[in-house]
Design a protein around this ligand. Structure first.
Ligand code: PRP
Length: 206
């Protein structure tokens, strides 16, 4: 059995699509009710979890592999292996601000709101720029509108949320997509199964 954690929400539908294309019967996922672990094709135990938890489960080896966004991987920076770029869930990490704010010419320390404080800290450190970081859990675009922050660091997919809230990208930090991640011990103990699963996803993803 291969134990797999999949990220709920944005990546969920595309991950299931990919599994179906790879010949995995995903019907048990349709009527799962409140059940948290679903077995597919008699060989994959699937759990759905929040992105941070997918990484935690893989790190502790309670699941062997996971599908999670590069954004959360960069933020959590945990000792797990990233073995495949799945090519979907594409977006960018960006700094965005209201049109009237010149973040790099403020006469005070800039305040940045974000769900990703570690990525934000590292980015501004790389610019040698001192900033105050405020952690926000969702709809980060609200922070500059409410004058809590001068700018935000967030993921941008279509750019629609920024546009509709009067913000625009001023710097791009990194490209993001869904990744297949593996627990290092599992990679040794279940090498054949993990490679087969990875190959299955690769062949159907091209
Ligand atoms: C993400 C992100 C932006 C939005 C970007 O939020 O934080 O708010 O999507 O997408 P767009 O460029 O296509 O408009 P999400 O929808 O995951 O919800 P959250 O803000 O509550 O975390």
């Amino acid at each position: 059995m291969l134990n797999i954690a999949l990220t709920k929400g944005r990546l969920e539908e595309k991950t299931i699509e990919l599994l179906k294309k790879a010949g995995v019967n995903c019907d048990p996922l349709l009527n799962k009710g409140r059940k948290l672990i679903i077995t597919l094709n008699d060989k994959y135990n699937i759990v759905f979890a929040k992105a941070n938890d997918v990484i935690t489960y893989v790190e502790y080896g309670v699941v062997d592999v996971g599908v999670v966004g590069k954004d959360t991987l960069l933020e959590m920076n945990r000792p797990i292996y990233e073995i495949l770029d799945l090519g979907f869930g594409k977006c960018t990490f960006a700094v965005a601000s209201p049109l009237n704010v010149d973040l790099f010419a403020l006469n005070k320390t800039a305040t940045i709101a974000t769900k990703y404080p570690n990525v934000t800290r590292e980015y501004f450190e790389s610019l040698n720029m001192d900033v105050d970081i405020v952690k926000i859990e969702g709809s980060v675009e609200l922070a500059p509108i409410l004058h809590l922050s001068d700018a935000i660091v967030d993921i941008v997919e279509t750019g629609k949320t920024l546009k509709e809230n009067g913000l625009s990208v001023i710097r791009t930090i990194a490209n993001i997509s869904a990744r297949l991640v593996v627990n290092p011990a599992s990679l040794k103990l279940k090498k054949t199964e993990i490679e087969a699963f990875s190959n299955l996803l690769t062949s159907k993803n091209n």
